[in-house]
Design a protein around this ligand. Structure first.
Ligand code: T46
Length: 139
């Protein structure tokens, strides 16, 4: 199974519980269906701050609320959804050409992101009108 552009959905991360706690596994061809080229994380996000506000031309990502919670608003081809991420054993997959905005970070929120490419500013579409035009043109 390959990830699809313009798609977004929740992925359960296999978790091994025992009396010492829980261990969650992000493994290639398990919860992660792309080669991980980059890992970054967002933390110390001030209350009331929004992040994101862009799409990517060619990027697969998994977002995980390692701690705390936040909301991700996404827009794909003809759909809009909001996901509340608040479990460290659940990830949100976001594919290429999906507009995303992140909001309502709790004070202890840490958003871990696994990405399929290294950082390239040229991959970003930061103008919503351009995103909408491009998304329509590849329909
Ligand atoms: C995304 C959401 C979930 C780098 O130099 N390297 C990196 O790997 C990243 C991700 C960012 N940067 C620089 C680019 C900007 O100067 O860090 C600065 C802040 O980046 P940005 O405003 O894009 O951050 P967010 O939180 O709005 O978006 C980030 C990712 O950029 C984006 O791909 O999907 O988190």
């Amino acid at each position: 199974m390959a990830y699809q552009p313009r798609s977004h959905y929740l992925v359960d991360i296999p978790t091994i519980p025992d009396e010492r706690g829980k261990l969650a596994v992000l493994e290639h061809n398990g919860a992660v269906l792309f080669d991980i080229k980059r890992v970054y994380y967002l933390f110390d996000v001030p209350a009331g701050t929004s992040r994101g506000g862009h799409a990517h031309r060619n990027l697969d990502q998994l977002l995980i609320a390692i701690s705390g919670s936040f909301t991700v608003d996404v827009e794909g081809l003809d759909d809009k959804s909001s996901y509340v991420l608040n479990r460290p054993n659940q990830a949100l997959y976001i594919g290429s050409m999906v507009w995303r905005e992140m909001r309502d970070f709790s004070s202890n929120a840490v958003c871990l992101v696994l990405a399929s490419t290294v950082y390239m500013e040229a991959d970003y579409i930061r103008n919503y009108d351009e995103f909408a035009r491009l998304n329509r043109s590849i329909s």
